[in-house]
Design a protein around this ligand. Structure first.
Ligand SMILES: [Zn+2]
Length: 360
């Protein structure tokens, strides 16, 4: 779906383009519809990008379903989300004359497939095997080697098939991380509104409301998620897709990436590979919520019920690393105005904040 809309308050000749997925399937067993969905979209020469483990979980089945329609389908494995891998997949897509790149795997595989599709000017189809972050339906991808720890824009997926049966079989830690990423929107939407009030940045009420609603829904369904019930998984997947849609409507990651994310990006530099993106965002959100004057205790409680980390120890980090990340977060992405610009943190105030929230 393509909507061309005028931004609220912008001159009528200023338009912004909103690209949304054309097909979104969420539920048990939706992987089985992959062939039909590609048929419907006219995708005839797909390249499947998958990981070694995710191949066994869903990649092999995806290739077989796509082959049933007489399509020329090929597969490529990826283990890293770096620029070399993206280039390798892009060349593969070009050499087979692919019309689409289908990412079947976890966050890294999805990001590689998304960027390779963008670089080879083909359609991207997202088939996530984990629900660890909102990249499953968004237009942005996190890739190593860009010289910055935050994401790069690409195209939104033309289709998303989020199979809750597959997600339910993935390690629960990924699911809890995805919840942390969604819950963090409570703060990112506040940061966005603050940027609007303080520096006149464009604020989209619709995109902001959608991201906030997703955060509230996850918090309300925390118990269902921790009990690992189908309804909980579906709610999470729908929330992750909605966050992707909110970013597409906003035309940037603004509604979904605020000060909690800046804290997480800083940790990615200070302590790479220790905790997951959504886990870090969740802990950051507890502290940023306190800075915003929000009910940070309620946010912490939701994360606790879900089983996501709520402390430095839970993240596997030293307390001092958390303090350094709090102080450094304001520098990591200077173009993104958040509560951290309004309330400058130094070593002492950062330590007080983290200590006051029980994070250290
Ligand atoms: Zn995120």
């Amino acid at each position: 779906m393509l909507i061309v809309a005028t931004e609220a308050g912008a001159a009528l000749n200023q338009v912004h383009r909103i690209d949304l997925p054309r097909v979104v399937l969420v539920g048990r067993g939706v992987l089985e519809s992959l062939g039909e969905v590609c048929q419907e979209l006219g995708l005839e020469r797909p390249l499947v990008v998958t990981g070694k483990t995710t191949y066994k979980v869903a990649g092999r089945r995806a290739v077989s379903l796509l082959g049933e329609g007489g399509r020329e389908v090929q597969q490529v494995f990826c283990s890293e989300a770096d620029l070399n891998t993206v280039e390798r997949v892009k060349l593969e897509a070009e050499s087979m004359g692919a019309d689409s790149v289908i990412g079947v795997g976890g966050g890294r595989t999805i990001d590689v497939a998304k960027l390779a599709a963008y670089d080879s000017d083909t359609y991207f189809v997202s088939v996530p095997t984990t629900a660890s972050h909102d990249g499953i339906a968004s237009s942005s991808a996190s890739i190593k080697g860009l010289g910055r720890p935050y994401s790069k824009r690409a195209n939104s997926p033309i289709a998303v098939l989020a199979d809750s049966k597959i997600i339910a079989e993935s390690p629960y830690r990924f699911t809890a991380s995805g919840c942390g990423d969604v819950i963090s929107k409570a703060v990112s939407v506040r940061d966005w509104r603050l940027a609007h009030d303080e520096i006149g940045e464009y604020y989209g009420e619709y995109a902001g409301s959608l991201a906030l609603m997703s955060s509230n829904l996850i918090r309300r369904n925390a118990q269902l998620i921790c009990e690992r019930l189908e309804e909980g998984y579906r709610t999470l997947l729908e929330a992750l897709v909605s966050c992707g849609v909110a970013m597409s409507i906003a035309g940037s990651s603004r509604p979904c990436s605020g000060s909690g994310h800046l804290f997480s990006h800083t940790l990615d530099v200070l302590a790479p590979g220790v905790a997951l993106h959504g886990e870090q965002c969740g802990v950051g959100t507890i502290m940023m919520a306190k800075l915003h004057g929000l009910n940070w205790r309620a946010i912490r409680e939701s994360l606790r019920v879900i089983g996501a980390p709520i402390s430095a120890e839970g993240l596997g980090l030293e307390p001092e690393t958390v303090v350094q990340a709090l102080v450094g977060a304001v520098e990591i992405r200077p173009d993104r105005y958040t509560i951290l610009n309004k309330i400058g943190l130094n070593d002492e105030s950062a330590r007080d904040l983290a200590g006051g929230c029980g994070v250290i």
